[in-house]
Design a protein around this ligand. Structure first.
Ligand code: SF4
Ligand code: SF4
Length: 195
């Protein structure tokens, strides 16, 4: 059922591996470092959400229950939240993504800096963890990005395009596969019975 998507993932993973390699002086990711899964909305397309949940039945029953409880708790909190609801991912258990191999596309790009277009201007988007001394903290100077620091570390610059889910789906491999990703929602919304 997911053969085509798994082929696409192989290509994306290889592509991202090169991106991480090209940025290696700024990458401090290691096992057990999970800040990128602690605060966010985690956009997932329908295809990614279905692929993630296809791994759910293979998880231990106690892990399944923890995920269900996390989701229930977060949906309750979200219903009381007026603004944007940022939260820990419900699949992060004991500092580990329990469906790592099936994680979404944006999860795969966590930790890279790239250019985004904001109001027609190209701006550098750093990962959140740069603010806590992790990836790309070296290019920050009093909280601002200092582009000259990239060259100083032998890196041309951030990845030269957006790494958003929309970009992955619409631009990378455009026309090569006929995958249908479907609607994009924050991860929790795939479990919201009122949505
Ligand atoms: S699916 Fe896994 S990698 Fe993605 S945010 Fe959740 S815990 Fe992190
Ligand atoms: S992206 Fe940042 S928070 Fe996530 S594993 Fe890498 S260094 Fe840690």
């Amino acid at each position: 059922m997911f053969e085509l998507y798994e082929k696409y993932l192989e290509v994306i993973d290889k592509y991202l591996e090169k991106c991480f390699e090209s940025q290696s002086p700024f990458i401090h990711c290691k096992i057990g470092c999970t800040d990128c899964c602690e605060t966010g909305e985690y956009p997932f397309s329908r295809l990614e959400a279905e692929y993630l949940m296809a791994g759910f039945p293979q998880l231990q029953p106690e892990i399944q229950n923890q995920i269900k409880n996390n989701i229930k708790y977060l949906l309750r909190q979200k219903s009381e939240c007026k603004g944007r609801f940022l939260h820990r991912c419900p699949f992060l258990i004991d500092k580990k993504c329990v469906l790592y191999e099936r994680r979404g596309l944006t999860c795969r790009a966590f930790g890279l800096a790239c250019f985004e277009t904001v109001d027609g201007k190209k701006v550098v988007k750093l990962p959140e963890c740069s603010r806590i001394g992790l990836n790309y903290s070296e290019v920050l100077d009093s909280g601002e990005v200092d582009m000259s620091k990239f060259q100083l570390y032998g890196v041309t610059g951030p990845i030269n395009h957006s790494l958003s889910l929309n970009y992955f789906e619409r631009e990378i491999l455009k026309g090569v596969t006929d995958l249908e990703f479907g609607e994009i929602r924050p991860i929790l919304e795939w479990f919201n019975p009122n949505h």
